[in-house]
Design a protein around this ligand. Structure first.
Ligand code: SF4
Ligand code: SF4
Ligand code: SF4
Length: 177
């Protein structure tokens, strides 16, 4: 079992429904976010291309955030999901410093928070909140080890990239174009 996500940047319209759904589902405090929208223009005029994508923790296979955490608060659970145990977090910020994706934030209550791949929903057979509300269905979540899962089929059949591959973290979110 290896959870991952494939995101179709051609279908994302940047509506932010995923951001709002995550904030509601996970009690993210006002002014903070576990996921966010990036709009990027590539190319040279007049051949410009706009890419809109929804970003969050990449649940990397190689995790500097887990390695640098001095207390073990940052850890891996089944399926490669990276989580933070709030009670064990001392708020030192080492994980935030080591994450190349700026995927973590200081919760106002004194610990570090980030995307959990909505493991509480996934364990009940549901999709993550962000995936389930997307009006264009641009996100696919599931088991990358299962060749018959929709996420595996998308990754196998489409052109994709991961963010900041040079960081060597082996991200498990694939952006398809
Ligand atoms: Fe850790 Fe950042 Fe990778 Fe998430 S994106 S697993 S916080 S290094
Ligand atoms: Fe670990 Fe918390 Fe420090 Fe991050 S802020 S490295 S989760 S103790
Ligand atoms: Fe938020 Fe869950 Fe989506 Fe992660 S998977 S961005 S925690 S809604």
């Amino acid at each position: 079992m290896r959870y991952g996500m494939a995101i179709d940047t051609k279908k994302c319209v940047g509506c932010s429904d995923c951001v709002v759904a995550c904030q509601t589902e996970n009690n993210v405090p006002v002014g903070y976010a576990r996921d966010w929208i990036v709009e990027r223009i590539d190319g040279v005029y007049p051949n410009l291309e706009l890419e809109i994508r929804t970003e969050r923790c990449n649940h990397c296979d190689n995790t500097p955030c887990v390695r640098t955490c001095p207390t073990g608060a940052s850890h891996l659970i089944e399926g490669g999901i990276v989580k933070v145990t709030h009670e064990e977090c001392i708020g030192c910020g080492a994980c935030i410093e080591s994450c190349p994706y700026d995927a973590r934030y200081f919760h106002p209550d004194g610990w570090v928070d980030k995307c959990t791949f909505c493991d509480h929903r996934v364990h009940n057979g549901q999709d993550p909140a962000c995936v389930s509300v997307c009006p264009t269905k641009c996100m696919y979540f599931g088991d990358l080890d299962d060749p018959n899962s929709e996420v595996s089929k998308q990754v196998a059949s489409r052109k994709w990239k991961v963010l900041a591959p040079e960081a060597g973290t082996s991200p498990q979110i694939f952006y398809m174009s």
